[in-house]
Design a protein around this ligand. Sequence first.
Ligand code: PLP
Length: 409
Amino acid sequence: MNVNLAKRMGRMGTEAAFDVFAEVMALRAQGKDVVSFCVGEPDFDTPQNVKQTGMNAIAENKTHYAPVPGTPELRKAIAEYVSKTRHVKVEPEEVIVVPGAKPILFIAMLSLVEEGDEVIYPNPGYPIYESLINFAGGTPVPLPLLEEKGFGFDLNELKKLLSPKTRMIVVNTPSNPTGGIISKMDLEELARICKEKGIWVLSDEIYSRIVYDGAFESIYQFDGMKERCILVDGHSKTYAMTGWRLGYGVMNAELVRHFSKFMNNMATSTATFVQAAGAQALSGSQEDVEKMVKEFRARRDLIVNLLNGIPGISCHAPRGAFYVFPNVTQLCREIGFSDSWQVQQYLLYRGGVGVLARTCFGSRNEGEKEDYIRLSYATSQELIREGLGRMKAALADEGRIQDFLKEGR
Ligand code: PLP
C-alpha cells in the first residue's frame, strides 16, 4: 500500500539490533533454539528499592502529568549526581528529564542542526546518530574509530574533517558497539577545538558507569563545555531500567528551555512514577550497580577468551560498556565469506547464535579494510559458554558452511 509518507521519513534510519532480534524471536517461535548476543540491555532485574519506589509512587497516585522538564526531586538528584561524577557543579535548571536517552539525541539534532550543517559522529557507532543527522537534514561526517587505538580516534583525522559547516560533534564513551573509551587527553583537546570554533558537542554517556579500567572521564568537565555541550545519560543501562524509559540531558539552562518546548510538543513529560523511581536509583544504595559491573567484567574476560579461541577471530578486551567487537576479517577470508553480514546470517540461521554485523553500526569508512561483528555480553556466563561453543563448532563445520554458501540461509 502506498502510505504517501512525508519525504523526510525516507531519510530516517533505524537500529538494526532490534530487527535482528525480531528475526531471533521469529526463529524461536518456530521452535528453534537461538542464543542471542544482539540486544544491548542488562539481563539483571531493576534493583528492588527502585522497583518498590515506583510501585509506591503508583499507590500514592503519582500518576498525573509531571512538569515538562522533570520533577523537581529528580532534576535535583540528577544535578547532584552529575556534579559528583563529572566534577563540575550542575544546577537542577540545567537538567531535562525525558523518556530514555534517545529523546535527547532526537531533540538535540532537530533543534540544533540546520539543513546542510555537517555533524561529525563516530563510525562504527550507535546507528541512531547517523539516522538523526540525516533526518534533521544535516550531512553526516563519519569519524573512523580505529581498532589499533583501542577504538579511539585519531585527532589529526578529526581535524581534517572540520569545516566552516561543522555544527556538532557526537562523542560516545564508552562506545557502542566497540566498548572503547576516549582518553582524557583526546577529550580535552576535542573540547578545546569545539570551544574555539563554536561547535556543539553531543556527549552520549549512557555507559558512563560501566567502565572496567580507571575512572570514567567526561568531556563535560572541560573549559567551555557547560555552554557548548549536551550531556546525555540515563537509567537504562546503569540501573537495568531499559523498559522504564528514563533518560536525561544536562546543558545550559537556556537550552533546557528550548528542549522543554520540544518535549512539550512531543510527549509533555516523562511518567511521574518512573521519575520517582529514578530519583531513588540515584540517591539510594549503589550496591546492585557495583555487583552488575563486577559480573560484566567477568563476562567480558570470559567472552574475549572464548572468541580468541576461534580460528580467524581476534578480539581486544574492551574497557567499557557490555559489547565486544571482534575482528573477523581473517575468518571471512578463511571460510570464504564476503563480509561480516554473511557471518551474521550464517550464525543465525545455521548456527543458532545471534550476533550483529559491522554494517549495523554505520556504513564502512573510506578505505576501511577490516571487518567486525558485535556481541553484547549482557547475558549469563552459561549462555556465553553455550553460544560461543556453537559459534566455534559452526565456523569449523566445512559441510555446513558450503551448504550455506550454495543455498543461502
Ligand atoms: N546511546 C547509546 C550509545 C546506546 O547504546 C543506547 C541504547 O542502546 C542509547 C543511547 C539509548 O538509550 P535509551 O534506551 O535510554 O533510550
